[in-house]
Design a protein around this ligand. Structure first.
Ligand SMILES: Cc1cc2nc3c(=O)[nH]c(=O)nc-3n(C[C@H](O)[C@H](O)[C@H](O)COP(=O)(O)OP(=O)(O)OC[C@H]3O[C@@H](n4cnc5c(N)ncnc54)[C@H](O)[C@@H]3O)c2cc1C
Length: 413
């Protein structure tokens, strides 16, 4: 009996996780990407954090209050270049609306449920792929978020108590505990630390390698370097995918996992996806002195910069720029990341060997990904994972696969 065929548009971490989840359910899967290899978009060199307990959205009352200051401050993590596009302004308006405390709580709860499913799902999948965890630099070093402002402590304490009730195990730690947890901090930042939040269950993984491992293990047919330009309609259904080459790929079902490019693809179908590309940067640096480099994941909360040890390298990532789909590397940003490494962990890395990168977070205004059906009965979404796509990919894929299960019955049954 023929298996149902699903085409996935986008072979980033979300598309590859979806391929694996659908293949496990018995689908025949084709994974399509415009780029020549798997995991080369936003998933290539992101912060590498499986940040299961830090899912609070970008849109919060505190962020809204801080934004005017961030927009004018020199060296600010935020940059905004306004665009004359209705979708851009509508996204901003929705973002402001999403900053209401009740919405933030709702979103955080929903994301904690999804992140918990993600952790469980990824652990199951990694157990099904014996021997790969080390090659993916998968580890559980824990995460230490450092605060320089003691005044932030009370609000954080409240947040931790609330998150504890939702299953997160996190604790506030003093400066000395921060240095005990990560001795590499002693040489540099210790004096500037007011306190920290420690979460011992947080993990790291190489997103590009994980994408590749999932794509391989799914057994999906890979069509790389091939761009989807539109959909063939058969009534209310999607009959297939129109490719830049002129070919049409037929599919029983289509999953859109095209990251920041998703809105433009579905607009001709009359679907509006509120996704704005938020650009971030990273450097991947060879570790030169292992004792001076952090073992645990460290976040500098004031600068919004994250440091993660990935095997023999240190990944440092940060910044949020609303500049459209401009992927050019700004020297000043890379310099700031290099300086941040030198200041936090002097001598730890070979700065001359740094690999620079920029990627586009596919961000929804409220921080929640869009996972599930569309008005076209055989077109499904798995998009809009913003700053948490690596963390949420496995859970999102598992959730979508369970929604698609009724459609998976083999043809001819
Ligand atoms: C600086 C930075 C740091 C980050 N740090 C973290 C972190 O520490 N932890 C975390 O959880 N998340 C992090 N993220 C977020 C995470 O990287 C993203 O949410 C995630 O990569 C999104 O995955 P995706 O598969 O949806 O998109 P992508 O990886 O961008 O994949 C989408 C794919 O679709 C393809 N595509 C698009 N249009 C078409 C088309 N028409 N035809 C064919 N193919 C198409 C693209 O080529 C691309 O490969 C970070 C992001 C950035 C930028």
């Amino acid at each position: 009996m023929a298996r149902r065929h699903a085409c996935i548009v986008g072979a980033g971490i979300v598309g590859c996780a979806t391929a694996y989840a659908l293949a496990r359910d018995g689908w025949r899967v084709t994974l399509i990407d415009a780029l020549p290899a798997v995991g080369q978009g936003a998933s290539l060199a992101n912060g590498a954090q499986l940040s299961y307990s830090y899912v609070e959205p970008l849109a919060t009352p505190a962020a809204l209050r801080a934004m005017p200051g961030w927009l004018i401050a020199k060296g600010s993590p935020l940059r905004w270049r306004p665009r004359a596009e209705w979708a851009h302004w509508r996204w901003l308006l929705d973002f402001v609306r999403a900053c209401r405390p009740v919405q933030v709580r709702r979103t955080t709860e929903a994301l904690l449920t999804l992140s918990s499913l993600s952790r469980e799902t990824l652990h199951t999948w990694l157990a099904e792929m014996p021997g790969v965890a080390q090659a993916l630099h998968h580890a559980r070093p824990g995460k230490l978020v450092l605060y320089r402002d003691a005044a932030a402590r009370t609000a954080l304490q409240r947040q931790l108590v609330w998150q504890q009730a939702l299953g997160c195990r996190q604790r506030l730690v003093d400066r000395d505990d921060c240095v005990a947890l990560e001795p590499a901090l002693a040489a540099s930042m210790a004096e500037q630390i007011a306190f920290g939040v420690w979460t011992d269950s947080e993990e790291v993984i190489d997103g590009a390698r994980l994408s590749q491992a999932l794509a391989r293990a799914s057994g999906a047919e890979l069509r790389l370097g091939e761009q989807v330009v539109g959909f063939d309609r058969h009534g209310s259904r999607v009959g297939g995918l129109r490719m830049a080459s002129g070919e049409c790929i037929a599919a029983d079902h289509v999953v859109l996992a095209a990251g920041a490019a998703a809105p433009a693809l579905v607009r001709p179908l009359g679907l509006r996806l509120p996704i704005e590309p938020i650009k971030g940067y990273s450097l991947t640096l060879p570790v030169a002195d292992a004792a001076a480099a952090p073992q645990v994941s460290v976040t500098d909360a004031a600068r919004k910069i994250v440091f993660a040890r990935l095997g023999p390298t240190l990944r440092v990532a940060g910044f949020a720029e609303l500049v459209g789909s401009d992927l050019r590397l700004a020297f000043a940003r890379l310099q700031m990341l290099g300086d941040a490494v030198q200041q936090a962990f002097p001598g730890a890395c070979d700065l001359d060997g740094a690999q620079p990168w920029a990627g586009l977070r596919p961000a929804t205004p409220d921080g929640q990904p869009r996972i599930g059906p569309t008005p076209c009965p055989n077109l499904w979404l798995n998009v809009g994972h913003g700053a948490l796509g690596l963390t949420l990919a496995a859970g999102s894929a598992a959730r979508l696969a369970s929604l698609m299960r009724p459609a998976c019955a083999p043809i001819g049954r």
